[in-house]
Design a protein around this ligand. Structure first.
Ligand code: SIN
Length: 347
């Protein structure tokens, strides 16, 4: 090849690479641990392994296909099993996401997280992120060392969704197993299978077909930019505990919560939030002590109706764990029961 033609072709190639690197969306991956960063002793082990073992750069290096979609870099927020996630860490995570998305050179954020409590963290960010840029949670059900591990594809699809301009303004999303779910609605529904994140009543926001996100619906509940909650300068979240309703549920659970001076109680109630005589006595005692109590349903589906004869406020369709997240967030603003009930109807 003539040397001049060679130099011209080389310059064209270099300039195209620089152009595509600067025009690609910039997605930041925030890693918190979980099975997606987990390793097991052998390729068939899918339980009893260690989650939160692999660092964010190793996760990124394992999926070079992301480079065709976005300019990706990573930050390690934590590296833990999500059963050990705390309100201090989710507060720090929300603040870091807000800082990143306020930058002109960041187009979206992907968060890797353990599946066990992913729905709680994702819903907290849905309430507290002040941006309409995409925020996408992803995870894995099989550790990185397993045959047919699902983490690499889930991460690639999460970055694909975060880089898609159509993903803006849809609230915080959860991407696993080719599905795009809303943080408000999806929850982990199966202890072991890959298709675990579902919203039985509301379905998905969309799906990913052969690498292309296809959005189908939007969420009506208030989120992100329209949310009134602002935790950007907050140092600590209020303390809210969950008390489970069941046959023989004892009143002393409420006494314990009251003596620990909790700020709120979620009652994970039987059926449509029905309360036993013992729980009713406990809830009334807690309310007299100035503690906000929310009745939710342990069934995982349906709306808890307002019932004037029953104590406490109601959780709408939020499961007990997400109701706890909303009450912690609401209590950063108000202790007014009417306003808190309004938040539970609309967020
Ligand atoms: C965890 O939640 O950290 C462990 C389980 C998982 O990620 O699937």
């Amino acid at each position: 090849m003539n040397i001049r033609i060679f130099i011209a072709v080389a310059l064209l190639f270099i300039s195209q690479s620089i152009f595509s690197a600067t025009t690609q969306p910039h997605i930041v991956i925030l890693a918190t641990g979980g099975t997606i960063a987990g390793t097991a002793a052998n390729t068939t082990q899918t339980s009893g392994y260690k989650s939160g073992e692999i660092g964010v750069q190793t996760l990124i290096n394992a999926v070079p296909e992301m480079k065709n979609i976005a300019r990706v870099d990573g930050q390690q927020i934590a590296n833990i099993g999500s059963e050990n996630m705390t309100s201090d860490i989710i507060l720090k995570l929300s603040q870091q996401v807000n800082t990143l998305l306020a930058r002109d050179d960041v187009d979206g954020v992907v968060i890797t997280h353990g599946t066990d409590t992913l729905d709680e963290t994702a819903y907290f960010l849905n309430l507290t992120v002040k941006s309409d840029k995409p925020v996408v949670f992803t995870a894995a059900m099989r550790p990185a060392t397993a045959i047919s591990a699902d983490g690499a594809m889930n991460l690639l699809e999460a970055v694909t969704v975060a880089a898609d301009p159509n993903a803006r303004g849809r609230g915080v999303m959860v991407v696993l197993n080719d599905r795009i779910g809303s943080a408000r609605f999806v929850t982990k529904t199966n202890a072991t299978t890959l298709d675990t994140f579902k919203a039985t009543e509301q379905g998905y926001l969309g799906i990913i077909v052969n690498g292309t996100p296809q959005f189908e619906t939007r969420v009506e509940k208030v989120h992100t930019l329209r949310s009134v909650f602002d935790v950007r300068n907050l140092r600590k979240l209020p303390e809210v505990v969950i008390i489970y309703g069941y046959q023989d549920d004892p009143e002393y659970m409420y006494d314990a919560a009251i003596s620990h001076h909790v700020d709120g109680i979620i009652y994970a109630g039987t059926g449509a939030g029905s309360v036993s005589v013992r729980s009713e006595a406990g809830i009334r005692k807690a309310e007299e002590a100035g503690i906000i109590v929310i009745r939710s349903s342990r069934t995982g589906n349906g709306v808890v109706p307002v019932d004037k004869g029953q104590p406490g406020l109601v959780a709408d369709s939020l499961n007990p764990a997400k109701a706890r997240i909303l009450l912690m967030t609401a209590l950063t603003q108000t202790k007014n029961p009417e306003l808190i009930q309004y938040y539970f109807r609309t967020y």
